[in-house]
Every structure is written in structure tokens, then in C-alpha cells.
Design a protein around this ligand. Structure first.
Ligand SMILES: Cc1cc2nc3c(=O)[nH]c(=O)nc-3n(C[C@H](O)[C@H](O)[C@H](O)COP(=O)(O)OP(=O)(O)OC[C@H]3O[C@@H](n4cnc5c(N)ncnc54)[C@H](O)[C@@H]3O)c2cc1C
Length: 367
């Protein structure tokens, strides 16, 4: 079976690895000239670790990751509203980990044995022609494949070409992301909630701290460090002083938060995985987990079900409800974050752990 994977992000590389493990091989093309050499952190909950273990790469990931044993939510003044011990909850899956995003990509890339990843190569169009997909690349070359896997992210060209209702939907939030020194030796996932503002810090190591902050899109302005500092000026310890000490020299990534509703993500000899299929708000930290799970489910279906249409249908049926659950829970979390302080803080104090368990329990079950 001639398979093309478009995109060498987490979803694309995981798909390549999962196919290899099932005795299949794909060509992978990535429009960036090379794997990333810088970037932000990523937080992986236990189901992501389980999926990475199923790909055979968890040990390598753990070698570069910081184990997150607690998730704490604080008010903007620093009062602890909720704290969840992650290990007992995710015990049957695997550890909760934080690491630089590029390291996760490096580990996935290094694990490939038979797959060639072509960097600096963009797909321009994909068309159905009889029993094949005809793919045109930026350099003008045209190739035929039995199946094209779109792992091309939230602005997926493949989704736009083949599915209805394709544009990402704004979530009305904008964010800043950066890595700074872990000067206070934070050792847990720590979020602080203010009025329609969230700050989050996750240790990537004893020395590096990944910091995320978001606000409503209407307040983001030019997204400068000055705006960030102003919006979080009333935040107390531990994250307020970290944001207050930022300078223009810190490398900051800015983004609008958007989602792709998990609708239909299979078509004739075309299938989407990861953000291309169902990008979500980062509130559940499930993007990598569901991308790797997608990859494993798809490769398993392709190896065991034929013809290809049947395999894609089996994949879709296996994934649809799970990714929809993640999106619904992201919405619920975003609504809670945006609720009036008094309501939100009361709920987190009294039922925060129950809400955590309710939203993640179905993901502890297998995929
Ligand atoms: C602010 C923020 C914080 C997040 N934090 C977390 C977190 O802590 N934990 C977590 O699990 N998830 C998190 N996520 C979600 C997670 O980052 C994504 O779900 C995940 O990266 C999706 O991977 P992907 O491979 O599907 O897409 P991408 O990472 O977008 O990869 C797509 C790739 O396809 C390539 N490409 C695109 N078009 C073409 C083309 N035409 N031809 C060739 N190549 C192409 C792109 O260059 C890119 O490399 C966060 C998301 C955001 C926005």
C-alpha cells in the first residue's frame, strides 16, 4: 500500500511509527525546512504516556522529561483552590510528564527505522482519481498514493480540500508561551485564575519553566510583553512575579486559540489525524495524546481491515466519540475558567477534584 503522510508534527511522526510497527511504510513530507530547533513546552497526561509506550518510545521520552506529580489551581492572589495528585489517578496509564515540544518530535523522528521524512517539501493539492489520490507537490512533482494521511495541523490544506465546514473556529482567547528559568524551583503544574485570565507554569526540568498565559482576544492588543505584564499585574505568588520580571529579550510565542470541531475526518482514500481532524483548546492538555492515539488506531485498522475504505471507517468509529468528549470537556473547562470568580472559586474548592476525575475518567480507559 502506497501511503503518504502530510506533516511531520506529533501526529504525522506518530502515524509513521505506528505504521512501521504494523508492517506498513509511508512517505512523510513536511513543509518546514528542518525539524524545529526551538519551541515551547508540552504537558503529557497519563494517556499520552500510554500511547507513547505503545509506540515503544516512552522510555526515551521519560529520559528528557520532568515528572509532574501534582496539578494545582490557585486564585490570582495565590490561594490554593484545588490540587490533584496525578500519580494515583493516572496509575493504570502512565506518568504525567512535561518536556520541550521539540524533544518529543526528536524522539519520534529518531525512532523511525524505515520511513523517510522529506523536509522542505509542501503538498499543494490532493485529488481523487479512480482508486488513487494524486498529490501535487510545491516543486511541481506529481505522485500517486493509495492513501493520504493528513497530519497537517489546524490549518490543514487537506481538510479544506475535502471536507465541509472546514475553517478553524475562534475560541475568543489569545495566548503567550515562553520558557524561562525555574528560579523558584516549581515542581508541579501550577495554574492561577484571574478575571478571564489564566497563567500557567509547568517545570520542564529543575532549571527550565514553561510559562503560558491567556486572556480574551479583545484584551490582547498587540500581544507585547507590556500588555502581558499589565494584564497580570495583580497576580500574586508564584506566577505574578515571574510575569512581572519578563523582558523584551524573552522569546515569546503568541497564538489565537482556535478549534476544529470533530466532524467527519475520513474521505475517499484520505484520512485526517491530530489537529487537522479535531484541534481543541489546550485546556485538557490532550492534543498530543489524542494525536498519538489517532495514529495507533489508524495503523491498527489499516493492518487488520480491508479494503481501505473499511479500515478508515473502523478508525473513524473508534475515534469519533473520544475526540468529541475531549472537545466538550475543553469547552466546559473554558466556561468554568471564564465564570465569575466567586462561582468558579467556590466550585473548584468544593468539587474541583471531582470535576477533574469526571472529565478525565473516560480517557483512562483504553482507546
Ligand atoms: C497554546 C497551546 C498549548 C498547547 N499545549 C498542549 C499541551 O501542553 N499538551 C498537549 O498534549 N497538547 C497541547 N497543545 C495541542 C498540541 O500542540 C497539538 O494538538 C499538537 O501539536 C498537534 O500536532 P499535529 O501533528 O496534529 O499538528 P502540528 O503540530 O500543527 O503539525 C502539522 C505539521 O504539518 C506541516 N504541514 C502543514 N501543511 C503542510 C503541507 N501542505 N505540506 C507539508 N507539511 C505541512 C506543518 O509544518 C507542521 O509541521 C497545545 C496547543 C496550543 C495552541
Amino acid at each position: 500500500m502506497r501511503i503518504l503522510i502530510v506533516g511531520a508534527g506529533i501526529a504525522g511522526l506518530a502515524a509513521a511509527k505506528a505504521l512501521e510497527l504494523n508492517g506498513l511504510r509511508a512517505d512523510v513530507v513536511e513543509r518546514s525546512a528542518a525539524p524545529p530547533t526551538s519551541g515551547q513546552g508540552i504537558f503529557l497526561l497519563g494517556n499520552a504516556s500510554r500511547a507513547l509506550a505503545d509506540l515503544g518510545v516512552l522510555k526515551q521520552v521519560e529520559r528528557h522529561a520532568f515528572a509532574i506529580r501534582a496539578q494545582r489551581i490557585l486564585s490570582s492572589s495565590g490561594e490554593v483552590l484545588n490540587a490533584v495528585a496525578t500519580e494515583p489517578f493516572w496509575e493504570s496509564c502512565g506518568p504525567c510528564l512535561a518536556l520541550p515540544r521539540r524533544t518529543l518530535l526528536d524522539v519520534l523522528l529518531a525512532s523511525l527505522r524505515e520511513t523517510e521524512v522529506s523536509y522542505g517539501k509542501s503538498v499543494m493539492s490532493v485529488e481523487v482519481r479512480g482508486n488513487v489520490r494524486t498529490v501535487q507537490f510545491e516543486d511541481g512533482r506529481i505522485s500517486e498514493y493509495d492513501l493520504v494521511i493528513g497530519a497537517d495541523g489546524i490549518r490543514s490544506l487537506l481538510r479544506e480540500g475535502s471536507f465541509i465546514a472546514t475553517s478553524p473556529r475562534s475560541l475568543g482567547l489569545c495566548c503567550w508561551r515562553m520558557v524561562v528559568g525555574n528560579l523558584d524551583k516549581l515542581d508541579s503544574w501550577t495554574a492561577m485564575l484571574g478575571k478571564k485570565r489564566t497563567a500557567l507554569a509547568i517545570p520542564l526540568s529543575a532549571s527550565d519553566l514553561y510559562v503560558y498565559a491567556d486572556c480574551s482576544a479583545s484584551e490582547f492588543g498587540d500581544g507585547s510583553v507590556a500588555v502581558l505584564k499589565k494584564l497580570f499585574a495583580d497576580f500574586g505568588d508564584p506566577l505574578g512575579p515571574i510575569i512581572a520580571s519578563l523582558t523584551d529579550q524573552v522569546v515569546i510565542h503568541r497564538a489565537k486559540l482556535e478549534e476544529v470541531p470533530a466532524d467527519r475526518f475520513i474521505a475517499d482514500r484520505l484520512v485526517l489525524v491530530g489537529d487537522a481532524a479535531h484541534a481543541s483548546s489546550p485546556s485538557m492538555a490532550q492534543g498530543a495524546a489524542v494525536a498519538v492515539e489517532d495514529a495507533i488506531a489508524l495503523a491498527g485498522s489499516l493492518a487488520t481491515v480491508s479494503p481501505i475504505d473499511g479500515a478508515l471507517d473502523a478508525y473513524y468509529r473508534r475515534r469519533k466519540a473520544r475526540v468529541e468528549w475531549v472537545q466538550h470537556q475543553c469547552h466546559a473547562r473554558d466556561r468554568l475558567r471564564g465564570a465569575p470568580d466567586i462561582v468558579r472559586n467556590f466550585l473548584l474548592r468544593h468539587v474541583g477534584t471531582a470535576l477533574y476525575k469526571r472529565s478525565y475518567a473516560p480517557l483512562v480507559d483504553g482507546y
